[in-house]
Ligand binder design. Structure first.
Ligand code: PHE
Length: 336
């Protein structure tokens, strides 16, 4: 037994020292110290040892187990260290690290938020409506008859069920007036769709911001003051405005707003919005639908306006091509 222990110890220490990875060390641990291991088998034979030899053999057994255990532990530690060292092989700590870019809001979203903030200071609430609209909300209620060019199949995306992708956010004027009675003061930012050929200034889906104010005694002066305040907040105090007579079916009188500022390159007038006083025909269409006289053209008046956010963002940031807003090109987007 003594001799067996001696030779097991020698053999074990040699094999452990020859291990080249952690898995081998683990295999040897099982082979010597495991439940059915060689050293365990020898311990089981302590029963056969004579009484007087027991202390000596017992001591040797313990020493052998400690020596093998220590050798296994040491070898394992060595293997782990070597393994970790290999993981850093070829690692150049002087290389620049990987960057973790932080995202940002899209420039159109930024402008939308800013515009919303300005109108909120003037007491406008946020309103919205569906992108897939009925013809009635998008056209009929807005005094736009069936033979109006905007309703042409070539200009509008129609669904098989007769609904359509709204061609302007003006449908939210109707959605709002259907639900609430004056005083009404809302803005409605959102998507609008047209069957336009996509080019540097047109997208089939773009963004508008609608405004509507209906109360007793609302005048053209209120419209003008509101829009001039808004655009001055965006473009600065040197901005000049021109309200140029225009036509929209749902406002009377109607105007297009032109702006001129140094920032936009001096003498040029740029068209930035459509607006006007709500046509009484719009009030009557909503009354008919609601079945009441909640909107009384003799008592109530209102103004409405709408402008394209994409176009505004292009003007403000000097963006030459509207498609840049939808291209998801980081080189462009990260500039905002
Ligand atoms: N809806 C019009 C457009 O898309 C803009 C507009 C809104 C004009 C409100 C007048 C009043 O061109």
């Amino acid at each position: 037994m003594e001799a067996q222990l001696e030779s097991l110890r020698t053999e074990a220490l040699l094999t452990v020292a020859a291990c080249t990875d952690e898995a081998q060390v683990e295999q040897l641990r099982i082979r010597y110290l495991g439940r059915g291991g060689e050293l365990t088998a020898l311990s089981d034979r302590m029963r056969e040892v004579s009484k007087e030899d027991k202390p000596k053999i017992g001591k040797l057994l313990n020493e052998t187990r400690s020596a093998v255990t220590a050798a296994l532990d040491e070898r394992r530690a060595l293997m782990v260290a070597a393994h970790e060292a290999r993981a850093f092989d070829g690692l150049d700590v002087t290389l620049p690290g990987a960057s973790f870019p932080v995202g940002a809001l899209h420039p159109i979203t930024q402008l939308m938020d800013r515009a919303t903030g300005i109108f909120r200071r003037m007491g406008f609430a946020l309103a919205d409506g569906p992108d897939i609209e009925t013809e009635w909300h998008c056209f009929d209620a807005l005094n736009t008859p069936a033979d109006h060019p905007a309703r042409n199949e070539q200009d509008t995306f129609y669904m098989p069920d007769g609904r359509l992708l709204r061609t302007h956010t003006s449908s939210v004027q109707i959605r709002t007036l259907e639900r609430v009675a004056p005083p009404v003061r809302i803005i409605a930012p959102g998507a609008a769709y047209r069957r336009d050929e996509v080019d540097a200034t047109h997208l089939a889906q773009f963004n508008q911001m609608e405004g509507l104010y209906v109360d007793e005694g609302v005048t053209l002066a209120d419209l003008r003051g509101t829009l001039e305040f808004f655009f001055r907040e965006l473009f600065g105090n040197d901005a000049k405005f021109r309200f140029r007579p225009h036509f929209f079916p749902f406002t009377e009188p109607s105007f297009e707003v032109d702006i001129q500022t140094a920032a936009l390159g001096g003498g040029r007038w740029l068209e930035i919005a459509g607006c006007g006083m709500v046509d009484p025909a719009v009030f009557e269409a909503v009354n008919l639908r609601r079945g009441d006289r909640g909107l009384d053209p003799e008592r109530h008046s209102g103004f409405a306006f709408g402008f394209g956010l994409d176009r505004l963002a292009m003007i403000m940031a000097g963006v030459p091509d509207i498609r840049l807003f939808t291209d998801s090109d980081q080189r462009f987007l990260s500039q905002f």
